[in-house]
Write a protein that binds this ligand. Sequence first.
Ligand code: PMP
Ligand code: GLN
Length: 388
Amino acid sequence: MVLSKLPDVGTTIFTVMSRLATERQAINLGQGFPDFNPDSRLIALVDEAMKAGHNQYPFMPGVAPLRQAIADKIETLYGHAYHPDTDITVTSGATQALMTAIMATVHPGDEVVVLEPCYDSYVPAIRLAGGTPVPVPLRTPQTDDPYYRVEWDRVRAAITSRTRLLLINFPHNPTGAVLNDADLDALEKIVSDTGVILLSDEAYEHIVFDGVLHASIARRPALAARSILIGSFGKTFHITGWKLGYCCAPAALTVELRKVHQFMVFTVSSPMQFAVAEYLKDPLPYLNLPTFYQAKRDRLFEGLKKTRFRPLPSPGTFFLLADYSAISDVPEAEFAKWLTTEHGVAVIPIAAFYGKPDAPSSNRQMVRFCFAKQDATLDTALERLQRV
Ligand code: PMP
Ligand code: GLN
């Protein structure tokens, strides 16, 4: 038998729920991906790139036009100038960027502070690097404040002399929480006091609602100087299956990231990189994304209000949470499976984003709905949910 390096890790909750949804022919509002196609122009650009001969190994850190386009977008939106040659690496999605960043920086015995609930790939990556995850819970919604929030004094208190990284993710999966200017102030203070490296997963940077601007760490020079910024084109351009993302960091850190990147994947799909580089010349597709998704968020939110679920506000991402305590008191994973099987709508239990998914404290009778779906899909799901 193989001596497992991750003995308590099973198949991801996203795969488990998608498989169940397929088996039961349920509407899949679980795993986060759109049920519609990307812009046909983007698809045509891939075709053009292939016909133009971009079919062999591209340059290891990513093709020059894409790194330039990423640099330009970040500088225009957030003000920080990453150098495309020394600071930007194109990755196979944010997932690989995260694994690369953690493998390159975390040594055995190091601690990594993560916010709970936390995206499922973080903790296994930290453990594979020999590090110890140190979870800090987000403050859960209160009656007078229905948002998840970071309690920065708790983050500060979790940092020790062994802390190598502070890993944050805003807009936040699964809660939809976003940061504001005061949060960036607090973060700047923590990072400058402690000297930790900040790893910022901004996969949902272009999905922030209600006219709010995304609080990227690239808006603050002091943060950018000691951070690794991760992005993904999967959510932004409706291409989660293309697996294209990036990692931006100061040159000295990027040298280390690329040492891992070159042996993890070496490089990523060439025609997709050229196509996205060209597509990025027009900012409208990502600038219009909040309006596009806000309508879907509101459709789902309003629809859920007519059911026995109690939806929570979602300031960002393409997810929203809903409380099911008026329907059932079973633990979240059991409820998600029951809803999929009996009512034909798949969702994700929030407990799966906690280190102890079976603990009562991780089970707050809350599930995550993905609204990156055609309106007709959402409407059919809502009809089913009304019968619950
Ligand atoms: N980080 C977060 C917070 C995510 O939600 C996801 C995927 N939904 C990823 C990283 C992975 O992104 P990618 O598909 O680009 O690997
Ligand atoms: N990030 C997606 C989600 O939260 C899932 C991606 C995956 O399945 N790895 O649903």
